[in-house]
Design a protein around this ligand. Structure first.
Ligand SMILES: [Cu+2]
Length: 333
């Protein structure tokens, strides 16, 4: 039917779709499914879940998507059918019908039933998100222009997470003096471009994500309930870790709460998610989910105000994990 309707246009459309699919299937542009805790190139869909909440969120998302796609296809089919069947050529004398009680009731009641159906898993998820299990620890996230402070309420210390930018990694690599010599003259966009170009290799070498890396990561123990209180000191920010299925506005003068229980060890990235101003992009959040003993060591180090040691504990843990992963991969091959 399509071919008769659109003739050559249909052939071109089919050829176009085939091309898109073949490009997508070629290895370079394969749309990967999203990663766990960090974005990946060309990804589709939501990030992989690291909490039960996010798993439920995935399910609701999938159900709603199926309903949306089915409705869109149904409406598309109706429109094409009407265009074909009731065109002036095929239907020169139009019907003068203005009412059809059965149809009118049906197209009111069926959408209501669909919406009511969607609301069931949706409200169930909302209920789970706002039913707080007993906390194992409480962290207070405070948005600042332009950094996140994380106050460990039970332990009495605060971790300030500042973004690590191109300039920082270059300074670390070259040393302050060499850096000043090389980039001191440059200004504005020329400077940014040079820093961006020259730091690319360093980011790859460090195996860190540009714009998503912070100097002090926060850590939480795996399989423990974390209550997160969220507030702000200046303007409205938003704290989120997508893989946890958690996002909360940080509003000055108000404390909001969310909770999560991460079930996977790893590094999880997020960003300030409400446009807060000039350096909104410089407010990433990094949470390291670690085993309880590692977490305890990290807490002890920070209680003793030894930031360097705390950082090195997390770094050593991440390295041992990634070494384990690559060993597993080579043995699999
Ligand atoms: Cu922001």
């Amino acid at each position: 039917m399509l071919r008769r309707l659109f003739g050559a246009a249909a052939d071109r459309a089919v050829a176009f779709i085939a091309t898109v699919f073949s490009i997508a299937a070629s290895s370079a542009l394969t749309p990967a499914f999203a990663g766990l805790g960090a974005p990946t190139d060309g990804e589709l869909g939501l990030p992989l879940p690291a909490t039960d909440l996010m798993e439920k969120l995935h399910n609701v998302y999938d159900v709603v998507n199926i309903v949306i796609i089915a409705i869109a296809l149904f409406v598309l089919f109706l429109m094409l059918y009407v265009m074909y069947r009731f065109s002036e050529k095929r239907n020169p004398v139009p019907s003068r019908t203005t009412h059809n009680t059965f149809l009118e009731v049906a197209w009111t009641v069926i959408p209501i039933l669909i919406l009511a159906g969607i609301s069931i898993p949706s409200f169930r998820l909302l209920y789970d998100q706002y039913s707080f299990p007993k906390p194992d620890l409480t962290v207070k996230a405070i948005g600042q222009a332009w950094a996140w402070d994380h106050e460990y309420v039970d332990n009495g210390f605060t971790v300030s997470s500042n973004v690590v930018n191109d300039e920082d990694v270059l300074k670390e690599k070259l040393g302050e003096d060499a850096f000043a010599q090389k980039y001191g003259e440059l200004e504005g966009i020329a400077r940014n471009k040079a820093l961006y170009a020259d730091s690319a290799a360093i980011w790859a070498e460090r195996n860190q994500l540009r714009k998503l890396t912070v100097d002090n990561e926060i850590a939480v123990p795996v399989n423990k309930v974390v209550h997160l209180l969220v507030t702000s000191q200046d303007v409205i920010h938003s704290w989120t870790i997508p893989s946890f299925g958690v996002k909360m506005q940080a509003v000055p003068g108000r404390t909001s709460a969310v909770w999560f229980k991460a079930n996977t060890v790893g590094t999880f990235h997020g960003q300030c998610s409400v446009l807060c101003g000039k350096l909104h992009s410089a407010m990433p959040i990094t949470v390291r989910v670690v085993e309880q003993p590692v977490y305890d060591q990290w807490v002890e180090a920070l209680k003793a105000k030894d930031r360097k040691k705390a950082q090195s504990i997390l770094k050593a843990d991440a390295e041992s994990k990634s070494a384990g992963a690559s060993v597993a991969m080579t043995t699999q091959k």
